[in-house]
Design a protein around this ligand. Structure first.
Ligand SMILES: *Cc1c(COP(=O)(O)O)cnc(C)c1O
Length: 345
């Protein structure tokens, strides 16, 4: 059975907990977290906040909830929230920012997910009695839809400073902040520096089955805890899941650069295949987003890979995406490379 498991490169969300992680989960000390009595959750929140250089953390069931809790606190109803057009908060959360917070997305088109300083500065509404005030700017690092690319830190700092000068909060959707840190050769705290709040996912490349953490100042996280409960995100003996997160932070961060190396290996191969359009040097982390010379071939190419036991995913009409993660080792990559080579003929 194991032999026939496909090599699943669709997303880094498909990882399954390792033996060690399952043991940590089974042994976790737990309590009622809504009463603040789950020691494992508390430890995860402390460790996560420490890793990102913030005072406090809040364990949330999903990254979407973490982002939306942050927006509810940063962005009063009827205010503008500046977002990049392809970012997760705006595009992939089913209108949550409108539904939960009643805010206006101020949508700016980035190049490869990157917003320029003058774009952001001129989008911040001046103080008048006829424009929706700008309350918040959301950045995403790494940028998922743009293919796992990093925002360089100097640029990020300039965007944060421009927002702060005008009293605008800045939230980081850092679902893959540890991938950004690995690729940039810095710590996650370096990537998180300057933001008012940061969300990161345990359930992506870090390999935990469930969960994200929202970090911020202690008083702000206390408010976030209330908003989480109101959204139905108050969980009880959830140390069993937090234990997976702690295990991931301890054992699965260092290895992210292996995922990046394997993505680069795939990219090198894909770059040489006629059906695809890819400059391998654009691959920075664990994602390989590949353009198609003929978009009408998308489903055929996916089917041929599937037949060879390799799963990739359509991202929009003319892109196929490959993502490396915890369950993809060097041998899996070589099998995928062999399947890709067959696409040459
Ligand atoms: C996955 C992801 C999220 C949130 O994920 P959930 O599926 O809600 O846990 C947020 N932002 C980005 C960039 C993501 O990739």
């Amino acid at each position: 059975m194991e032999m026939r498991m496909p090599i699943d490169l669709r997303s880094d969300t498909v990882t399954r907990p390792t033996e060690g992680m399952r043991r940590a989960m089974a042994c976790a000390e737990v309590g009622d977290d809504v009463f603040g009595e789950d020691p494992t959750v508390r430890r995860l929140e402390e460790v996560a906040a420490g890793r990102l250089g913030f005072e406090a953390g809040l364990f949330v069931p999903t990254g979407t909830m973490g982002n939306q809790v942050a927006l509810q606190l940063h962005a009063p109803r009827g205010t503008d929230v500046i977002v990049e057009a392809d970012c997760h908060v705006y595009r992939y959360e089913l209108g949550a920012m409108a539904a939960w917070s009643g805010v206006l997305p101020r949508v700016l088109s980035g190049r490869g997910g990157r917003l320029e300083l003058d774009q952001v500065s001129s989008a911040i509404a001046p103080d008048t009695d006829y424009l929706a005030p700008t309350s918040c700017l959301v950045l995403e690092n790494t940028h998922n839809h743009a293919g796992g690319v990093c925002i360089d830190l100097e640029h990020q700092r300039s965007l944060i400073a421009a927002a702060h000068r005008q009293g605008v909060k800045v939230h980081l959707d850092g679902a893959r902040i540890f991938n950004a840190a690995a690729a940039l050769g810095v710590t996650a705290a370096d990537v998180a520096a300057g933001f008012d709040s940061v969300m990161f996912c345990l359930s992506k490349g870090l390999g935990a089955p469930v969960g994200s953490v929202l970090v911020g100042p202690a008083g702000w996280i206390a408010q976030a805890r209330v908003v989480r409960k109101r959204m139905g995100g108050g969980m009880r003996q959830v140390g069993i899941l937090a234990a997976a997160g702690l295990y991931a932070l301890e054992h699965h961060v260092e290895r992210l650069s292996d995922d990046h190396r394997r993505a680069a290996r795939l990219a090198e191969e894909i770059g040489g295949i006629d059906a695809f359009v890819l400059d391998p040097s654009t691959v920075q982390t664990n994602m390989v987003s590949v353009g198609l010379r003929r978009p009408d071939e998308q489903s055929v190419l996916l089917k041929r890979l599937d037949d060879a036991g390799v799963l990739a995913i359509a991202m929009g009409p003319d892109v196929i995406r490959f993502v490396t993660h915890l369950d993809i080792d060097d041998a899996s990559v070589e099998t995928a490379v062999a399947a890709l080579r067959k696409l040459r003929v």
